[in-house]
Design a protein around this ligand. Structure first.
Ligand SMILES: [Zn+2]
Ligand SMILES: [Zn+2]
Length: 363
C-alpha cells in the first residue's frame, strides 16, 4: 500500500501529488489516518524558501489531527490516557529534542536544541509521511501524542491549529498582567489567538491592528475592544488612537503576530516606556526593517523578547483552555475552506492572498 501526499518539492515549485510507501510501524510507533491538517502562514513562507535548512522535498502540515489506525505497543498518550484504534488525537510536532546538549541542559531552552526536528517542516518526504498533507501520518517512537479532550472536535483543534498554540505562547512570553492594555499586531490565526488568550488572561483592553475586514470582525468576536484596519488608517492615525486609549502612554504589552518587518517599528512606537514587546510572528525570514535603538529600546527602557517555536506545555495548556472555554474560543468558526490533497496549491494561494483566514487540508 502507499500513501498519497502533497509534496513541496522545492521553493516556488507547484506542489506535486506523490505516492509514499506505507511505513513499517516500529515498536513505539503509531500510524494515524489524517482527519485534517492545516495550512499555516509558515507553509506559505516555506513555499517561498524563507526558512533555512528545510530538506525539500517535504510533506507540509505541522499541526494535524488524526485517527489512530495502527499502533505498535503504544497503549497510552503522553499524559497516560488510554489510546485505542480509532481514537482522535493530535501530536506535538517537535521531535528528537536531545535533552543532552548545551541548550537542553544548561540554557534550559530545548526550543533551540540543534537536534530538534519538526513534522511538516524539517523532515524530508523521503523519510516517510512525516507531515499532515498526506492520507496517513507516521508518528515515530517517542512522538508526544495527545488524545483530544471529549468536548473538542477535530475542527475545534485544527481551526485554532498552529496559531492557537503560537498565540498562546506569545501572550505567555509577554507576561501580561491583569488589567494591562495589549496591542496585537496582525489578525491572522496567530493574532486572533493572541487576542483571545489576552482577553481570557484578563487584559484591561485589547487593541488589534490588521486586515481584511472579515478578520477584523473575528478579532472583535474573539475579544478585541478595538480592531483597526491597517489599510483604512494611517500610521499617525493609529498612533493617535492608541495614545487616546492609553492616557497618552502607549500600550503595556505589544505582541507582534504579523510576520511583516514594518510592523516592528510601529510596535515600538505604540509601546509605553518600560513596556514589553514580543516578536512572535517572524518564524521565517521576511526581511529587515529599521529601528532607532535610542528612541525605541534604550530610552524607552523596552523589554524586547523573541518567541521561537513551541514547548509541549503550550500545546497542552492551550488545548486545556480551549476545552474549558470553548464558547470564548470558537476557532472552528475560523475555518474558511477545506481542501483535498490535489488542491494544496490552491490552498496555499488562498492563504497567501488572504482569501481565507484558516485553510485546512482534509485528505
Ligand atoms: Zn538538545
Ligand atoms: Zn505553523
Amino acid at each position: 500500500m502507499s500513501i498519497k501526499a502533497a509534496v513541496m518539492t522545492a521553493p516556488q515549485q507547484p506542489l506535486e501529488l506523490w505516492d509514499i510507501d506505507d511505513p513499517v510501524v516500529e515498536p513505539g510507533g503509531v500510524l494515524l489516518e489524517t482527519v485534517a491538517s492545516e495550512v499555516c502562514g509558515t507553509d506559505v513562507h516555506l513555499h517561498h524558501g524563507r526558512l533555512s535548512s528545510v530538506p525539500y522535498p517535504i510533506v507540509p502540515g505541522h499541526i494535524s489531527v488524526g485517527r489512530v489506525s495502527e499502533s505498535n505497543g503504544v497503549e497510552r498518550d503522553v499524559l497516560g490516557e488510554r489510546l485505542d484504534t480509532g481514537d482522535v488525537v493530535t501530536f506535538y510536532d517537535v521531535h528528537e529534542t536531545c535533552h543532552s546538549c548545551y541548550y537542553c541542559l544548561v540554557a534550559g531552552q530545548p526550543n533551540r536544541c540543534p537536534r530538534r526536528r519538526v513534522y511538516g517542516i524539517t523532515y524530508s518526504a523521503r523519510e516517510g509521511p512525516l507531515g499532515g498533507w498526506a492520507e496517513r501520518i507516521y508518528l515515530k517512537p517517542g512522538v508526544k501524542i495527545l488524545k483530544l479532550p471529549e468536548s473538542l472536535s477535530a475542527d475545534d483543534v485544527i481551526g485554532g491549529g498552529c496559531g492557537l498554540f503560537t498565540g498562546f505562547a506569545a501572550v505567555e512570553r509577554g507576561d501580561l498582567a491583569m488589567g494591562d492594555t495589549v496591542l496585537v499586531q496582525g489578525t491572522g490565526p496567530v493574532g486572533l489567538a493572541a487576542i483571545a488568550f489576552s482577553a481570557l488572561r484578563g487584559a484591561g483592553q485589547v487593541i488589534a491592528i490588521g486586515d481584511p475586514s472579515p478578520r477584523l470582525k473575528l478579532a472583535a468576536a474573539l475579544g478585541a475592544d478595538m480592531a483597526l484596519s491597517l489599510s483604512e488608517t494611517t500610521a499617525e492615525g493609529r498612533e493617535a488612537t492608541v495614545r487616546d486609549a492609553t492616557g497618552g502612554r502607549g500600550v503595556d504589552v505589544a505582541l507582534e503576530c504579523a510576520g511583516v518587518p514594518e510592523a516592528v517599528p510601529e510596535g515600538f512606537r505604540l509601546l509605553r516606556d518600560g513596556g514589553t514587546y514580543v516578536i512572535a510572528g517572524h518564524y521565517t525570514d521576511t526581511g529587515s526593517t529599521t529601528i532607532n535603538p535610542h528612541l525605541d529600546i534604550n530610552r524607552k527602557h523596552a523589554d524586547v523578547r523573541g518567541r521561537w517555536g513551541l514547548d509541549f506545555g503550550h500545546v497542552y495548556r492551550a488545548l486545556g483552555l480551549l476545552a474549558r472555554h470553548r464558547e470564548r474560543l470558537p476557532f472552528a468558526s475560523v475555518i474558511g475552506r477545506r481542501y483535498a490533497l490535489d488542491q494544496a496549491n490552491q490552498a496555499l494561494a488562498d492563504v497567501e492572498g488572504l482569501e481565507v483566514t484558516k485553510a485546512i487540508i482534509t485528505p
